[in-house]
Design a protein around this ligand. Structure first.
Ligand code: PGA
Length: 256
């Protein structure tokens, strides 16, 4: 059975290793025995190696990796380097990295290269997709279809099996979110993505594909996403930095 997965995206937080270590140790210390759930924390990369020494119970990930293997790319880190220091997962295509105002303004073509390089370098991509607005004329479906098809361009059937998809509508993310998505909205997109990928790769190649939800995930709404939304897990941001809340989300996933 494929495990459910809870992936904490710490973003550019907290500001010191002392704090990061405290949050991480708090989570590890109170982590229940898990049989059906994998827990991942994606801290700022500078904390990764030290957090790795704390526990083997949690997998670590990073929030970005390069689209190339090595060379004259100032400031970049390759997938192989990151897996070499203990990362197992990489969040790719997050809306904050797609945003020109926040970071590089990454487009699907670049994210596609990152997905391919991540897999080749030994990382499991957590590919984020999601629309900016939900319009009544359903253009958001076309937007997500383009994100999926362009980000999976040239990705083989075997490589697909290594990818996790996170549906994170931009309007549901962070402090400025109007609301989280509803479980029904998540389920609609999850079925839609599976249809696109089964048309591309064949139905039998997507049976193990995990589609998780992100965007204002809290202990209060996690259960409904699992039950009504059939989510395979979550990508919480803010609540992944609050050990009590993160642990509550993990427990809800493990128990359901
Ligand atoms: P949030 O962030 O849970 O704080 O809304 C989610 C994300 O951006 O991955």
């Amino acid at each position: 059975m494929t495990k459910k997965i809870v992936i904490g995206n710490w973003k550019m937080n907290p500001v010191s290793f002392v704090e990061a270590n405290k949050i991480y140790k708090d989570i590890v210390k109170n982590l229940p025995t898990l049989k059906k759930t994998e827990v991942v924390v994606c801290p700022p990369v500078v904390y990764l190696e030290n957090l790795k020494k704390v526990s083997k119970k949690i997998s670590l990930g990073v929030q970005n990796s390069s689209y190339v293997k090595s060379g004259a790319f100032t400031g970049e880190l390759s997938a192989k380097m990151l897996s070499g220091v203990g990362a197992k997962y990489v969040i790719l295509g997050h809306s904050e990295r797609r945003s020109p105002a926040i970071s590089g303004g990454e487009n699907n073509e670049l994210i596609n290269k990152k997905v391919i390089n991540a897999i080749a370098g030994g990382l499991i991509p957590v590919l984020c997709v999601g629309e900016n607005v939900r319009d009544a004329s359903l253009q958001y479906l076309g937007f997500i279809e383009t994100q999926i098809l362009e980000c999976f361009e040239g990705v083989s059937k075997n490589a697909l099996k290594k990818v996790i998809i996170a549906y994170e509508p931009i309007w549901a993310i962070g402090e400025n979110a109007t609301r989280s998505a509803t479980p029904a909205e998540f389920l609609e997109i999850s079925i839609f993505i599976k249809k696109i990928l089964s048309d591309k790769y064949g139905a039998k190649n997507i049976t193990e594909l995990r589609i998780i939800y992100g965007g204002s995930v809290h202990p209060e709404n996690a259960l409904s996403f699992l039950m009504e939304g059939q989510a395979d897990g979550f990508l919480p941001g803010r609540d992944s930095l609050k050990p009590k809340k993160f642990l509550e989300i993990i427990k809800i996933v493990e128990d359901n």
